[in-house]
Design a protein around this ligand. Structure first.
Ligand SMILES: *[C@@H]1O[C@H](CO)[C@@H](O)[C@H](O)[C@H]1NC(C)=O
Ligand SMILES: *[C@@H]1O[C@H](CO)[C@@H](O)[C@H](O)[C@H]1NC(C)=O
Length: 413
């Protein structure tokens, strides 16, 4: 669907001259190239998958003491067809590195089906990411760090899966200290632009015939198609992710294209198409019979986000055709659990990930919110920029020493 066409656009990078080491490096290699320590952690899910979490435990240049066990712990969750590596592709000015330098213990998610978390079964959608993948990763982080709760930053589909999880699991919700939702998506049937054309593809029929399969894995042939027709790619890009805001660094497109798309499943595509057609945020639709068998009712259960209690901060754009401002403002912003919102006038959907100004505009703002919430982070952050910040009174909180108190390993999860 939409990110598919983003792929087309990005492929133009392959015809550009400069070659980057990041094109062939893995996340550990890119972290090392930029001067960051890197850890790979394995998170087993309750349904038998194995996910790989990537961790940047230190800042560059050790401005913040490395290995400080009291650092706030943050999970950075990628979007559709993406992976941990996409947060590290702009050199030192990458979101993951900006957060590490801000003094956070940065963990990068990889949900099942992407390059770094190859699945045993392709029969999954964002429902399984919500039900199994998120809890598995959060539990692992809590287990390793001893933190009683974590901060979660989700982008695009990475917000969708957390809204779903929080809507139906108040016990899990106690593990999420704050939720930062970038380009948040809980409604898609008013999608503007070319993304709408994907609603016509019958993934469900394919699945019935052949079962769920990999979709847009790494090295997808689409990039080649694009090289021969750049004008098409460029036009589609604008139609899908929104107008070019001047934040997309075309000279680095080779790097992005080397790692994106990182894969999903046809069942996930089918679930997104169901979502687009119904406009209802709910579980996978197996048809009346299948739904009764799985859910005990003829229609899929709805994810009711009004049930959410986790303090949430929104980052969205006036011109993002995938996370429409009108949807965000009608469906998410009025909810009681929203603590602040920042609306960016010119960001397109991709700018929240690869935009050259995103670390300063978005990610350091998040770090500042975390810093205000947890004063033990050393003060090395620049002051927050003042972009339409809606100030909402801070929630009451427990004293610092109990919130991040260490507990013996193995007690939780
Ligand atoms: C774009 O990427 C090139 C190549 O890495 C880099 O030299 C340049 O500084 C980047 N531009 C911006 C605005 O970040
Ligand atoms: C949590 O940590 C304990 C002790 O290190 C370990 O025995 C246990 O398997 C871990 N659990 C998970 C889910 O990683």
């Amino acid at each position: 669907m939409y990110e598919l066409v983003l792929v087309l656009f990005l492929a133009v990078g392959n015809v550009l001259g400069q070659v980057f080491p990041e094109e062939t490096l893995n996340p550990r290699g890119i972290a090392g190239l930029n001067g960051y320590a890197f850890e790979d952690h394995v998170a087993p899910t309750a349904d038998g998958e194995v996910l790989h979490l990537h961790r940047l435990p230190c800042s560059r240049g050790m401005m913040v003491p490395c290995g400080d066990p009291n650092k706030p712990v943050v999970l950075l969750q990628h979007g559709l067809f993406s992976s941990s590596i996409d947060f590290m592709e702009n050199g030192p000015e990458s979101p993951a590195f900006a957060l590490a330098d801000a003094g956070l213990d940065v963990w990068l998610a990889n949900v099942r089906g992407n390059t770094f978390s190859p699945p045993k079964s392709w029969a999954y959608s964002f429902q399984e990411h919500a039900t199994y993948d998120i809890p598995a990763m959060v539990n692992k982080m809590m287990n390793v760090t001893g933190a009683p709760s974590i901060y979660y930053i989700g982008y695009s589909q990475g917000t969708t899966m957390m809204f779903a999880r929080l809507a139906e699991d108040p016990i899990f919700a106690t593990k999420i200290r704050k939720f930062f939702a970038l380009a948040p998506v809980v409604h898609v049937n008013t999608l503007k632009g070319a993304a709408a054309i994907f609603t016509n593809h019958n993934f469900a029929k394919e699945i019935k015939k052949r079962g769920s399969r990999p979709y847009l894995q790494k090295g997808s042939g689409i990039s080649k198609t694009c090289k021969s027709d750049w004008q098409f790619c460029s036009a589609m890009m604008k139609s899908i992710v929104g107008p070019d805001s001047g934040r997309f660094n075309t000279s680095r497109a080779r790097i992005y294209m080397s790692h994106f798309p990182a894969g999903s499943s046809t069942q996930n595509m089918a679930h997104w198409v169901q979502f687009m057609r119904s406009g209802i945020f709910r579980k996978y639709d197996w048809g009346p019979k299948g739904n009764i068998k799985r859910y005990g009712q003829s229609t899929p259960p709805i994810y009711d986000i009004s049930q959410i209690r986790v303090p949430t901060h929104l980052y969205y754009s006036s011109v993002d055709p995938l996370a429409l401002a009108t949807d965000v403002e009608k469906l998410i912003l009025p909810q009681k659990f929203i603590k602040s919102s920042k609306k960016y006038p010119t960001y397109n959907h991709a700018d929240f990930l690869w935009g050259t100004t995103a670390p300063a505009d978005v990610y350091l703002d998040i770090a500042n919110v975390i810093k205000a919430d947890d004063r033990r982070i050393p003060s090395i952050l620049p002051p927050s920029s003042n972009l339409n910040v809606a100030k909402v009174p801070k929630p009451k909180r427990k004293p610092y020493n109990t919130r991040f108190s260490r507990m013996p390993m193995g007690r939780r999860s």
